[in-house]
Design a protein around this ligand. Structure first.
Ligand code: DOR
Length: 426
């Protein structure tokens, strides 16, 4: 038995100063007699349910030079995550069970934490023919063509009907290509115009959200919007929820912690959708506070150093996020008083699990021992050269943050630790 002592346990919505006991893969009631237990002292730390990220790119199979299942799950463990959902823009694209099997085998062999893949919505993410929903459904968290919007209304309608039949969500990257200039570098706003950058119009996102919400109304499909970045999308999703549609959404730390006014011409600020205006950032924050925005996902999207070296115009879209999410969000939202810690924790763990129907993770006896141990008083500077991810491009490099992940436990195993030398197993 492992006994974590000296910390505060966040259980059932309450912060309790009590030990946490783990036996095998599960959390167990703390026994009266703890003789023989291995004790791990975590004084001053907060033990919380393991974070769940419903939007990561692990690049394997197909692009292992950017990230592997091993390096990606190591980065996730270092960020306090115990479950992640992996996007299907891979090679092969998981559009049939045979293609998915390659990825499932790698996960089984190399993953340090729980990885739930997505199946693609369309074959090869080409937007035309549907993937094999029935064969994929038992193994996937949902269906997504992330990286691209599904341009055809008819294809999306059919996809929603299939997803509904197999009881899985459509997880939509919303992007109407007809409203987008191909050479966009950043958000189409005052900053882009002042500095001569080609812009990405907010409309390209929210028009497709609007279309899809009409289709949800017609089909009744469970629908989750990826990386919401615009105030208009937030308003549409708020109205859809009021109407009772089965809709949820995520945003990402970079849309909450940054605005386009803070950009520099560096590939580590290039992602799709782009970082938008202060009004958009404020709407996302308000959405999180009133429950319109359900969860915070990282959209961890690693690329090689060369692919990110071509400035805002030429770099590939995507930044890494797993290792900075909690420290950045805690420092910018909770320490500043913009958000309660409980609200942040809900967006990082409980809510994504509810949406995707994963087993609850509340640190109660009988559950899997999946948790993160947070040190809320560990000021440090984000240093991308120390990342476990193979990707290094982050807009947060060099930021001063106040909290760190001290340890991550998944299925009763310590998958990451970063405790001060004086603590440890006794
Ligand atoms: O920035 C992004 N990177 N946005 C996406 O939609 C795809 C992702 C990737 O796969 O690199």
């Amino acid at each position: 038995m492992l006994l974590f002592t000296g910390g505060t346990v966040y259980r059932g919505g309450q912060f309790r100063e009590e030990p946490l006991a783990v036996s095998g893969a599960n959390i167990v009631p703390c026994p009266a007699n703890t003789d023989g237990a291995s004790v791990i002292r975590v004084p001053g730390c907060l033990i919380v349910p393991g974070f769940t990220d419903v939007h990561v790119h692990f690049r394997q199979p197909g692009f292992a030079y950017k990230e592997t299942i091993y390096s990606g799950t190591f980065a996730a463990a270092a960020g306090g995550y115990t479950t992640v959902c992996a996007m299907p823009n891979l090679n092969p694209v998981p559009d049939t069970l045979e293609h998915l099997q390659t990825q499932l085998d790698l996960i089984k062999r190399d993953a340090l934490i729980r990885v739930r893949p997505y199946g693609s919505i369309t074959r090869g993410e080409r937007g035309a023919e549907l993937s094999d929903f029935a064969a994929l459904a038992p193994y996937v968290a949902g269906f997504s063509d992330d990286g691209k919007g599904v341009q055809s209304r008819e294809v999306m309608r059919e996809a929603m009907e299939h997803a509904k039949a197999v009881k899985k969500p459509i997880v939509a990257h919303c992007e109407d290509e007809s409203l987008l200039r191909k050479d966009w570098a950043i958000h189409d706003g005052a900053f882009a115009r002042r500095n001569g950058f080609p812009g990405n119009a907010s409309e390209s996102e929210w028009r497709q959200v609007e279309r899809d919400l009409e289709l949800v109304r017609e089909t009744g499909c469970q629908y989750h919007v990826c990386h919401v970045s615009t105030k208009e999308s937030v308003a549409l999703i708020r109205d859809a929820k009021r109407e009772g549609l089965p809709v949820s959404c995520e945003t990402a730390p970079h849309y909450l912690a940054l605005t386009d006014e803070e950009l520099s011409d560096d590939g580590r600020f290039k992602m799709n959708p782009p970082i938008r205006s202060a009004d958009d950032r404020d709407a996302l924050l308000a959405g999180l506070l009133d429950g319109t925005v359900d969860c915070i996902a990282t959209d961890h999207a690693p690329h090689s150093a060369e692919e990110k070296s071509r400035g805002l115009r030429g770099s590939l879209n995507g930044v890494v996020g797993l290792e900075t999410a909690f420290p950045v969000l805690y420092t910018t939202l909770v320490e500043t008083g913009l958000m309660a810690l409980e609200t942040l924790l809900r967006a990082l763990c409980a809510r994504p699990r509810e949406i995707f129907g994963f087993a609850s993770c509340t640190l109660s006896p009988g559950e899997a021992a999946d948790f993160a141990i947070l040190d809320l008083n560990r000021p440090h500077t984000v240093n991308s050269t120390r990342f476990h991810s193979l990707g290094r491009a982050t807009p947060f490099d060099g930021w001063g943050v106040s909290a760190a992940i001290a340890m991550t436990v998944c299925g009763g195993k310590i998958v990451y630790h970063n405790l001060p030398y004086r603590e440890g197993i006794s």
